[in-house]
Design a protein around this ligand. Sequence first.
Ligand SMILES: Nc1ncnc2c1ncn2[C@@H]1O[C@H](COP(=O)(O)OP(=O)(O)OP(=O)(O)O)[C@@H](O)[C@H]1O
Ligand SMILES: [Mg+2]
Length: 424
Amino acid sequence: MSTLKVVAIDFGTTFSGYAYFSEHEYKRDPLKTSTNADTGRLASYKTSSCVLFDPTRNFHSFGYEAEENYSALKGKNHDWYYFRNFKMMVYDKMGLTRETLIKDGKGKTMEAITVFSSAIGYLKSHLFTNFKKQSTSILDESGITWVLTVPAIWDDKSIQFMREAAEKVGICRERLILVLEPVATTLYCKKRFPLQKGTSHNVFKSGEKYMVIDAGGGTTDITVNEMRTDGSIRELHKASGCDWGGKNVDSSFISVLADIVGKDVMENFSVINDYDFLALLNDFEMKKRTISPDLNESVTIKVPKSLPETFSERNPRSKITDVILNSKYKDQLTWIEHEIRMDANLVKTLFDEICMQIVDYLNDLFTVPAFTDVSCILLVGGFAESLMLQTAIKEAFENKKIVIPKKAGLAMLKGAVYFGQQFR
Ligand SMILES: Nc1ncnc2c1ncn2[C@@H]1O[C@H](COP(=O)(O)OP(=O)(O)OP(=O)(O)O)[C@@H](O)[C@H]1O
Ligand SMILES: [Mg+2]
C-alpha cells in the first residue's frame, strides 16, 4: 500500500515537471522521490512547458502532448492558442496579478492565471492518473502536501498569483507551500552530499558561504547563501537572474543558419513555417545534449525542406552550397538536402558566448568583498547537465569546490519534495 504524501511542481521556461514521494517508498528509502520520468513514458524527466487551448479558450493539452497536437494543426487556418516559454514572458513582469495578460506565438492574448493554472491542473491530473495505475490503494487527495517552486526574484504579488493559480485547480491554500528555487536546491544538495570526509572543502560546513547557480533554459539564477550552525539558510545575495540559459545555445545555432541563408529568410521561415521551425529546434535540442569538449565527430541536424525552399524563393539565382563555399563555414559545415553536418569544433563554439557570459558574471560577483570567501558552488538546472558548461565553470573556478548533482535538472524539484516533508 502506498500513499501519496508530498507532491512538488516546478514550472520552468522550457521544461516543467513534478516529483513526489509516497509513504511506502519513504519508509524504505527517505531519499527516494519519484518523477514523471520514472514512468518511462517520457523521453525526458520533465515535459516541455507548452500549453494548447482550443479556439473557445478551453484548455486542450500540455507538454509534449500539446506540441504534437499543435503540430497536427500545421497547414490549417485555425484560432487555437499555443503558449511556449510562458514563464519567460512574466520573468521581468513583477507584480503578476489576475489581470496580467500574456501573448501566444501568434499574438493572441489570454490571462496568465488561466495559462499557469491549466498547466498545474494538467500536471496534477497526469500524476494522479499514473499513480492510480501503479498503486492499488485509494488516492487520498486531502492528505497531500503540495509544494510549488518559485524563482527567488519573484515579488510577493507574483507569489500570491501562483497560489491563486494552484487554488483554481483544487489545491487548497492550507495544503500548499511555496519554496524559493535556491532553497529547494540547497536542501537537495545538503541531503545528497553530506559532509565529505577527507576533502579540503566540505560541502556545507556551518558558517560556510556557498553559491547556487541554477542554469535553466531561459535564465541562470544565482544566489549566495550561508549555512547557519543550526542548519538554516541565510540569504546573502538575492537571486540575480540573468536571462541567459540553454536557449542561448539554440539562438547561436539559429544565427549560424541565418549567416548562411540570410536573416530575412530565417525570420520569414520561423514565422511562416513555425511548425517546421519548432521541429528544427527539437532536433537540435537532442543533438545539443551530445556536445562535449571531447567531441570529435561532426553533428548532423535535420533541416525541414521549407527552409531551403524559402531561401530559393528569395534568392532564385543562388544555391545554398555556393553560399557556404564562399563563407567562413566552408570547412566546417555541409548542407546536403535536408540535413546539415556541422564540424565538432563549430558546434562547440555555439556554447562559447553563453559560457563566457556566465563565467564573466560569476567573476564579477566574486570580486564583491562579501563573496570572495565563497568556497562552494552548487551547479544545478537542466543546462548544468551540459558538459560544455560544466567544463567552463570547472576550468574558470579551479579553486572552488563545485558540486554538480548527477541529474542536475531534477535537483531543485526533488529538493522541493524534501522541503514539503519538513512540514508533515
Ligand atoms: N544534457 C544537456 N546538455 C545541454 N543542455 C541541456 C542538457 N539537458 C538539458 N539542457 C538544456 O537545459 C535547458 C532546460 O533546463 P531546465 O529544465 O532547468 O530549464 P527550465 O527550468 O525550464 O528553465 P528556467 O529555469 O530558465 O525557467 C534547456 O535549454 C535544455 O536544452
Ligand atoms: Mg528552472
